[in-house]
Design a protein. Structure first.
Length: 202
């Protein structure tokens, strides 16, 4: 959007981003918003609450850097804040909603930067479903596979041997050697086993 003629820059009442407005319109406006999302979010959270929130976000790195939350955090490192009737909120979710509007039911706020306390809604945060969250975690290597998986009981070498011996060594012999059932041997060889053992067979 270009700069309107004879306009001046004023801060958005909600997010404090500078926007261009004509002086004649400022005389009639009690509050200035940069978007419909900011107008909607401002009705849910008071100006004092949003001011208290942003005061605890370190934005010194600039618009393209992570904005870490400097207040209270959970054991997992996610920021949290208490907002009156709204109760305890995750700060990264709050930052996203203050700028982009309320999330749709069933959606989460995810981090591109993989930095839990980050609250930069412009560069680091995006919305997604729980499935998107799992896919994102898998791409970034945060999901354990093989022997790192909590439910794993077969070493990687045993799984590789079972796959390599397909149609060479009887399934009964492989099952006896690995102390598992023949059906589980078939599952590994035909990629019907658990996801972390399927990945080792690729």
């Amino acid at each position: 959007m270009g700069r309107p003629k004879l306009a001046i820059q004023v801060p958005c009442t909600h997010c404090q981003i500078l926007v261009w407005r004509q002086p004649c319109k400022l005389k009639r406006a009690k509050e200035i918003f940069c978007s419909k999302q900011c107008r909607g979010a401002h009705r849910r959270y008071s100006f004092a609450e949003t001011e208290r929130f942003w005061a605890q976000v370190d934005r010194a790195g600039g618009p393209d850097a992570c904005w870490p939350w400097t207040g209270s955090c959970t054991k997992a490192g996610y920021g949290q804040i208490s907002f009156g009737q709204n109760g305890h909120l995750y700060t990264h979710r709050l930052a996203y909603e203050l700028i982009h509007g309320m999330l749709l039911p069933g959606f989460l706020v995810l981090h591109r930067c993989d930095n839990p306390p980050c609250c930069n809604p412009f560069q680091c945060l995006f919305s997604g479903t729980p499935q998107d969250n799992m896919h994102d975690a898998s791409l970034k290597g945060r999901i354990a596979y093989g022997m790192r998986h909590g439910n794993a009981f077969l070493p990687t070498s045993a799984v590789e041997e079972i796959i390599a011996c397909y149609k060479i060594v009887p399934a009964a012999d492989l099952a006896k050697k690995s102390h598992i059932s023949r059906h589980y041997v078939y599952d590994i060889q035909h990629k019907r086993a658990r996801k972390h053992e399927q990945d080792m067979s690729r």
